[in-house]
Design a protein around this ligand. Structure first.
Ligand SMILES: *Cc1c(COP(=O)(O)O)cnc(C)c1O
Length: 417
């Protein structure tokens, strides 16, 4: 068989083709390359050419599919988008048919979140949300949505009666915005129950799925309308690029209003970072399995250690949201936070003594990362509000890495001694 023949038989199966998650993560979204490259190349090109002027006209009018301008779409970015949409809908059926979703890759998690809010909300609308949220999302609501007269109602959405009371009393609520497990207390909200309530009251729902990844939790399974990720974290997995994605199952809305918003805001990704993301995502399953196994052992170690006051890990039966987490996640994940008995000072001493684990913000990389939310990621949240949310002065957040567990535990032991 000639190469040409072989190439012409190469096809991209539908997501339903794959029995296993890794097969899907490795192959979904890859299209045959006209130059026969094995991997989708980094298409570093701002524009795309036309064979004749009429072709340009047809592409602009949508009569002919094809790339036009890389802020609008790019072949490398497209593979990442199709892979994520496939992972988030894998094995989910709606009315007897495989669920479809469209993903739009953004420059960052915050760019995807901006697109979502600006595409769906207008003056006078309100967002019903839980109080333990990524600090940038909270800051966005306060700094940018408030002047547009879009107001957040921040409550404890783990209490469904509070959620229902808000929906009943305030018809201006347009969206329920969720993050589960949430940063950094690992609080979990019930996706199925909140999505059902939202449907009952005619509201839209969105879920930031960054901590869980589609390997551990698929919000679309519970009827959530939009899923967001900071792909910077576990999806990329190696800490090599900033990125974000907005995924939706209302294909018409995603192709029109969401696409328009993304194009006008200009928060597009780029071919190089999309390439890094694609290759990171191929190993999501094996990475998450290792992250998760290690996390469970680290949590058990910390709970039993005499220097530790408290461990927040949704995989421990003592965590208040253990049951919800068990219900909607295939594993509780690799994020946790903890507090030392001697508070802030002891926390700083412990962090400074670490030899293997890394002192940094962010999460989801191969190495184990530790940060201090009160002085780092949540320093923009006022202290009393922060403490009310469970982010105490001495809290340390941990993203458990993929090192060998004996080395992680050894480093913790020596740093706690
Ligand atoms: C990091 C993060 C974001 C923001 O993403 P960026 O890629 O940094 O813009 C949003 N949500 C969660 C849960 C995050 O961890």
């Amino acid at each position: 068989m000639s190469d040409k023949k072989k190439h012409s038989t190469f096809h991209t199966p539908l997501p339903t083709f794959y029995k296993g998650f890794s097969s899907l993560a490795i192959h979904a979204g890859q299209h045959p390359d006209p130059m026969y490259a094995h991997l989708t190349p980094i298409y570093a090109s701002s524009t795309y050419v036309y064979d004749e002027a009429e072709q340009g006209m047809r592409r602009f009018s949508g009569q002919e599919p094809g790339y036009i301008y890389s802020r609008w779409g790019n072949p490398t970015m497209n593979e990442a988008e199709e892979k994520i949409a496939a992972m988030e809908t894998w094995k989910i059926e709606r009315e007897g048919k495989p669920l479809e979703a469209k993903a739009i890759l953004h420059a960052s998690g915050m760019a995807a979140i901006s697109s979502l809010f600006l595409a769906t909300l207008k003056k006078g609308d309100k967002i019903l949300t839980h109080y333990s949220l990524y600090s940038g999302t909270q800051d966005f609501m306060k700094t940018l949505l408030d002047p547009l007269e879009v107001e957040p109602i921040i409550v404890d959405l783990r209490d469904l009666s509070i959620a229902e009371k808000c929906l009943k009393e305030d018809p201006a609520i347009r969206m329920i915005y969720l993050e589960t497990p949430a940063n950094p207390t690992l609080q979990c909200v019930d996706l199925e129950a909140l999505s059902a309530l939202a449907k009952q009251y005619g509201k839209i729902t969105a879920c930031d799925n960054t901590f869980a990844t589609p390997y551990l939790q698929q919000p679309f399974k519970y009827g959530i309308d939009f899923v967001l990720h900071s792909t910077t974290k576990f999806l990329n997995g190696h800490g090599t690029a900033i990125g974000g994605v907005l995924v939706g199952t209302d294909i018409e809305f995603m192709k029109t209003r969401a696409t328009k918003t993304h194009r006008l805001l200009g928060g597009n990704s780029n071919a190089f970072e999309a390439f890094l993301l694609i290759n990171g995502m191929k190993t999501l399953e094996v990475r998450m399995q290792r992250h998760c196994e290690n996390a469970m052992q680290v949590a058990k170690f910390l709970v039993e250690h005499p220097a530790i006051e408290k461990v927040n890990y949704n995989g421990l039966s003592t965590h208040p949201d253990f049951a919800v987490s068990q219900k909607q996640m295939s594993h509780p994940g690799a994020m946790m936070s903890f507090e030392l008995k001697d508070g802030f000072e002891a926390g700083v001493r412990f962090m400074n003594k670490l030899q293997l684990c890394t002192r940094t913000v962010s999460l989801g990389t191969c190495d184990t990362l530790l940060s201090h939310p009160a002085s780092m990621s949540h320093s923009s949240v006022p202290r009393d509000q922060r403490i009310e949310y469970g982010i105490t002065d001495g809290l340390i957040r941990l993203s458990v890495g993929m090192e060998n567990i004996e080395d992680i535990l050894e480093d913790f032991s020596q740093a706690l001694s």
